[in-house]
Design a protein around this ligand. Structure first.
Ligand code: PEP
Ligand code: MG
Length: 868
């Protein structure tokens, strides 16, 4: 439910409108009047408006309706004082006050979203007030030009709350979203006082230099103006998807990813022993730590071909334009291919830089400039392009924010790609490295980083760049130790010189002497040893002391997390959250894109089982293109299987992709949020249709994969015996099961105390599910967080859980607990725990059990020490 604020120059007027609107909504919508300078004086008062907004503030948002002139200004000022989170949820409506308030109140009363309520309020402009005469917008009333088709035009201001403002990826999302609407949309940076630029131009938007906490104003004019503003506001309010991103931990041979959550930046050996630096020919360069780990090897100076573009006049400008557009198309195809490769190697978020590259080449400003220079001025395509690229790169390079300056390299990267195509020069490959080496370069463009042959590149350092450059981000996704920002002197390092890259301290040691080399070797070994020890503990089967085996698997979202899963000892993937491909983008992934992504993950796992969960979107995971709308209870709403069964065509694309990726691989399919047998039967019917289609088209696919369901709705847990007739396996989704069982929203801090995995009711449900499945001859896994929680493991083991799937880093500990118990002992623990009455009692009991187990383990180790 949203709240409504009525702003008018007179408190009486505001009260009157409020009364009318309340009558229409039968008092169900919170509405507050904020009129006059005070109760009796005509005017508007920012403070009165602010307290009205606070009084009706709702998480779903607040719509502010105003009368004239200064009302808008006062309301804008009031919004400025709100927190960024609140600002993102307060919308100033351009709707007429009285009719708009009535329409808004009616729409709000039925629970519509802020955007929908605003759209309804704005729509009254087009409704005839007197039969046959269209209602007029204020400007039209002045100019007395009546029209029934007046486009709505308005502007919103908002604060950028995401960390990187409108730089490459958020800017790409912004531009793509704006581009999907018909309206003319402009955006300006109020904090920098810039002029408006087209919101559909990547260069324009980047050129605003809009950083975190900057205020921007977005104006839209056209038939879908209200919608686009609402969508862009929502996008910004969600921080362009940047608010919840967790960095992917790199885990590569020399790049020791921190195994603990806390990241300790050790002082480098060189820093702690400065006297060594001056010794002999050894030199030390301090740069910026860009990707952790230590690399030791000979330098390879990478000098990419920088093409220049001599200017000439062309005889046939139209033919030149065609030549240019063909080169652009070819470049776009190359970038798309690189992006697909990147998605499978480092995940979609990191690969998104290539979407920004595509947008550069689609930028209307760039294309207009090129067309003028080529067709009007008769310039050759190479020179025109070089000029345009230099101009855009200069603008970016002169910005005062590092994040934006870094984008200059991206623009030049794209420019060089098109130039290479125009000149018919093939893509020089970095795979030409003669031996494993440390790459030294002025800068590496993101596409260069992707061409690195990982077997032969031990790490890299660059003269330019900062820690926020995509090159650095990609390096860390690839797990390559890297130091950037060393300055031009780094380029004097001769080929073949011995180098050490200390990716944690941001140090490069040139010509290290034996002492330093030895110290770094020790450290590299200890880093690797630390990793190996943790990995080893996680390797091998999870066997209880009396020989009962359970499977310990990982929950993953992309290729990088799948590599980490294997390293921690995952025996399979118990949950692949396919949402990673769907979220934070303006359009749906194609079937091919999905096949590539799922296949890449399955390939990493070889023939180990990979359970691919179909799309679980909705709830706390919205995707803009599904238009789920505002729901009063999103977790009880249109999410997961409900949404997929409601859009069978879209769903079938995913089912086809999963089946295709499962060809000759151990892929299983799992449906989320199943509550009824009917849903499972419908989903299976669609799966059969997808399989028949693929067979008819002759596309290779998995013939008969196991089909399971997530048990995360209490209805499914209670009726597990019924569902077991149709499901090949169950995976208990405790994250949701707990919230639904205890009726506590898993995202709501206030009810977090009720979120109790060890609650007797939850344990009883789990026991029921496992028993019902076993009676029907099905196996049961768990992919909710609870499977990786130490206190839960002995009980789950004792209840007979067959598979535990969790965040990779929890695997070694869980395997250790399983190995320390016998099944008989675990059964007794479960039995006793389930006879206790409260969560607290169960917790105390299991803690005692864990302490005892740890004590016994210690004793055993000591025993080995003295006897062995
Ligand atoms: C769960 O609900 O336990 C689960 C694993 O699914 P998600 O956390 O993705 O909702
Ligand atoms: Mg769930």
């Amino acid at each position: 439910m949203i709240g409504i604020v009525i702003v008018a120059h007179s408190q009486k007027l505001a009260e009157g409108v409020k009364e009318l609107a309340e009558q229409m909504s039968q008092g169900r919508v919170p509405i507050v009047a904020a009129g006059g300078l005070d109760d009796t004086t005509i005017g508007t008062n920012m403070e009165r408006i602010l307290s009205a907004i606070n009084a009706v503030y709702q998480p779903d948002g607040v719509l502010v309706l105003m009368d004239l002139g200064s009302a808008v200004m006062s309301a804008e000022m009031a919004i400025e004082t709100l927190s960024p989170e609140q600002q993102a949820k307060v919308l100033l409506s351009p709707a007429p006050l009285v009719e708009g308030a009535i329409a808004a109140a009616v729409e709000a009363a039925i629970g519509n979203s802020l955007a929908e309520v605003n759209a309804a309020a704005c729509a009254v402009v087009n409704m005839p007030k007197v039969a046959g005469v269209a209602a007029l917008s204020p400007e039209q009333e002045i100019s007395t030009v009546p029209t029934a088709e007046a486009p709505s035009s308005n502007e919103i201001t908002l604060t950028l709350i995401n960390k990187s403002g409108l730089h490459a990826r958020p800017a790409a999302l912004f531009v793509q979203t704006a581009g999907s609407f018909q309206s003319t949309i402009t955006v300006r940076n109020l904090s920098r006082n810039t002029t408006p630029v087209s919101a559909k131009s990547m260069f324009g938007v980047l050129g605003l230099g809009a950083q975190q906490n900057h205020r921007i104003a977005i104006a839209a004019e056209g038939p879908d103006a209200a919608e686009v503003l609402a969508v862009l506001r929502q996008l910004a309010g969600d921080g362009f998807g940047e608010m919840e991103q967790t960095p992917v931990a790199p885990a590569k041979e020399f790049a020791g990813p921190p195994l603990q959550e806390t990241r300790v930046i050790p002082r480098s050996f060189v820093e702690s022993a400065p006297h060594l630096v001056a010794r002999g020919r050894m030199r030390k360069f301090q740069g910026v730590a860009a990707s952790a780990g230590i690399a030791i090897g000979p330098a390879y100076l990478y000098r990419p071909l920088t093409l220049n573009a001599p200017q000439r006049k062309v005889e046939d400008p139209e033919a030149e334009w065609v030549r240019f557009t063909a080169a652009v198309e070819k470049a776009k195809a190359q970038i798309k291919a690189t992006r697909d490769k990147a998605v499978t190697q480092v995940g979609r978020a990191a690969a998104e830089i290539f979407t920004a590259h595509l947008l550069f080449l689609e930028d209307p400003g760039l294309l207009d400039q090129m067309r003028v220079q080529i067709t009007k001025e008769g310039l050759n395509a190479e020179a025109a392009l070089a000029k345009a690229v230099a101009g855009y790169a200069d603008v970016l390079r002169n910005m005062d924010d590092d994040l934006f300056r870094q984008r200059a390299a991206d623009v030049e990267d794209v420019g060089q790609r098109v130039l290479r195509i125009l000149r018919g020069i093939s893509d020089r490959s970095l795979a030409e490295l003669p031996e494993p080496a440390v790459l030294v370069a002025r800068d590496l463009a993101p596409s260069d980083t992707f061409r690195l042959e990982k077997e032969r590149v031990l790490g890299f350092c660059t003269a330019a760049g900062g820690v926020t450059s995509h090159t650095a981000i990609l390096a860390s996704s690839l797990g390559l130790p890297a130091v950037v920002g060393l300055g031009e002197k780094a380029l004097d390092i001769p080929d073949g010189t011995p180098l050490i890259i200390d990716g944690e301290a941001g140090v490069v040691v040139v010509n290290p002497d034996e002492e330093i080399l030895a110290a770094y070797r020790v450290r590299r070994e200890s880093l690797v040893a630390r990793q190996v020890a943790a990995r080893q503990a996680g390797q091998g089967p999870a066997l209880t002391r009396d020989g009962h085996r359970v499977e310990v698997a990982a929950n993953v979202a992309d290729v990088a997390s799948t590599h980490a899963a294997l390293e921690y000892g995952a025996e399979g993937i118990g949950l692949l959250r396919t949402e990673f491909l769907y979220l934070d983008r303006p359009t749906m992934p194609s079937e091919e894109e999905q096949v590539a992504a799922y296949q890449a993950i399955a390939e990493v796992m070889d023939q180990r089982p990979v359970i691919i969960r179909t799309l679980d979107i909705g709830g706390d995971k919205p995707a803009p293109y599904f238009a789920i709308g505002q729901e009063l209870n999103p977790f009880l709403g249109w999410r997961a299987i409900r949404l997929c069964l409601g859009q069978p065509d879209m769903f079938k694309i995913q089912l086809r992709a999963i089946l295709r990726s499962g060809y000759k691989r151990n892929v299983k399919i799992m449906f989320p949020m199943i509550a009824t047998l009917q849903e499972l039967l419908q989903a299976k019917a669609l799966l059969r249709e997808a399989r028949d289609e693929l067979a008819a088209e002759g596309l290779p696919h998995a013939e008969d994969p196991e089909v399971g369901i997530m048990v995360e709705v209490p209805a499914a847990a209670i009726a597990a015996d019924v569902l077991a007739q149709e499901a090949d396996f169950f995976s208990i989704g405790t994250n949701d099961l707990i919230q639904y069982t205890l009726a506590c929203d898993r995202t709501n801090e206030r009810v977090a105390f009720l979120y109790q995995p060890l609650h007797p009711a939850v344990l009883r449900l789990i026991r029921g599910v496992i028993d019902a499945a076993h009676v029907a001859g099905r196996w049961v896994g768990m992919c909710g967080e609870m499977a990786g929680q130490e206190e839960a493991v002995p009980i789950l083991l004792g209840l007979g859980l067959d598979e535990f799937s969790m965040t990779s880093s929890a695997i070694p500990t869980v395997k250790r607990i399983i190995r320390s118990l016998s099944l008989t002992e675990a059964r007794e623990i479960a039995d006793r725990a389930l006879r206790l009455s409260t969560t607290e009692e169960i917790q105390v009991y299991v803690k005692e059990v864990l302490q005892r187990l740890a004590g016994e383990e210690e004793k055993n180790e000591e025993g080995f020490g003295t006897t062995g």
